[in-house]
Write a protein that binds this ligand. Structure first.
Ligand code: ZN
Ligand code: ZN
Length: 343
């Protein structure tokens, strides 16, 4: 039973418009080759490629172009989509979060709890939690996690197979995200944060995260009510609306292709997919199906209420709350869904 249309892509890509190493057109080709349905670009403080008309369909890949905002001290990174011009660089985070909302944009807090070990790469965590008008947060950012895991001793290994070291979103970020969702809908998304920089390591210079490798790691799966329109304007609205409504889950492709994962709730009279709500009654059942064997956890308000190993889990809701799913392979995170609300 599938009452939705799944589209898979990646978010938070940098290009030569700021500090990436390939241009938008080259990266689109890589995305198409990798079979991605969409790519979300967010360069630092520029919308150059949007103004060049590159947003929209490129073959079967939909390209959305926003930008990554930072404050005057280069902190508090914020991704803004569905916005047509770059805001003044003098705004405070509270001001740009509000302004993006006011202009009908979609705002995502980037790498919220980033910490880093190597002094040459400082962290950029989110500190402006009193800003309220954001729509989503990056619950899993590949670049942050890789940078946090790196130290003087494991550098060679980390450099050679960067994706192996991705574990999971941090408990701290997941907790913040669950708490926020008790108040209102805030979607959780993944970010690859691709810059594809060449790093110098001893005598070698290598690109740690070529775009094609990044596109096979953290992916975002959007669950739309209707198939994506071929009309750019309509398709863009479908994508933005689905994100705003939390109709998505994220996965690490390195652990397996999560396409086809499903999590929904049903009762006699209602059905709710990820992002939706269902009335509490004594017959609300959650149904979870994973495309491969894994450890499935169902969480209510951030606490595990049921667990199983395999491809399925069913659970009767005993209480209202916000429910989401985590799936692991070994100790490594694979799939993280947004919430279904039982009210
Ligand atoms: Zn950033
Ligand atoms: Zn970035």
């Amino acid at each position: 039973m599938t009452a939705w249309h799944e589209y898979v892509g990646v978010s938070h890509i940098h290009t030569t418009d700021s500090d990436g190493t390939k241009c938008v057109s080259e990266i689109i080709k890589i995305g198409q080759k990798t079979g991605l349905d969409f790519l979300f670009f967010s360069d630092h403080m520029t919308l150059k490629s949007l103004h060049l008309g590159l947003e929209g369909w490129h073959g079967n890949t939909f390209v959305l172009i926003g930008y990554e905002i930072h404050d005057q001290t280069n902190k508090n990174h914020y991704l803004a989509f569905n916005i047509n011009e770059v805001l003044s660089g003098e705004l405070s985070p509270q001001e740009y979060v509000r302004e993006v909302k006011k202009r009908g944009g979609l705002g995502i807090i980037a790498h919220p709890d980033e910490t880093r070990v190597l002094p040459q790469f400082p962290p950029y965590p989110w500190t402006a939690w009193d800003a309220k008008e954001f729509d989503g947060i990056e619950i899993w950012n590949q670049m942050s996690e890789w940078m946090e895991g790196i130290n003087r001793f494991n550098q060679p290994k980390m450099f050679v197979s960067p994706r192996r070291y991705l574990k999971s979103p941090t408990p701290k970020t997941l907790k913040i995200w669950d708490e926020l969702n008790k108040q209102k809908k805030v979607f959780g998304i993944s970010g690859v944060d691709v810059h594809a920089h060449p790093y110098r390591f001893g005598p070698f210079k290598l690109v740690i995260f070529p775009y094609e490798v990044q596109f096979k790691s953290l992916r975002t799966h959007l669950l739309l009510d209707t198939p994506l329109s071929r009309d750019t304007k309509i398709a863009k609205k479908q994508i933005i609306d689905a994100m705003r409504n939390c109709q998505l889950f994220i996965s690490n492709y390195r652990r397996g292709d999560a396409k086809g994962f499903s999590f929904y709730a049903e009762s006699k009279n209602q059905m709710a997919k990820i992002g939706e709500r269902i009335n509490f009654s004594d017959d609300v059942t959650f149904i979870i199906k994973a495309p491969q064997k894994c450890q499935i956890r169902l969480l209510r308000d951030g606490t595990i209420v049921s667990e199983s190993v395999g491809r399925n889990l069913e659970y009767s809701a005993r209480e209202p709350g916000i429910y989401r799913v985590e799936a692991y392979k070994g100790k490594k995170g694979w799939i993280f869904s947004n919430h279904i609300r039982v009210e």
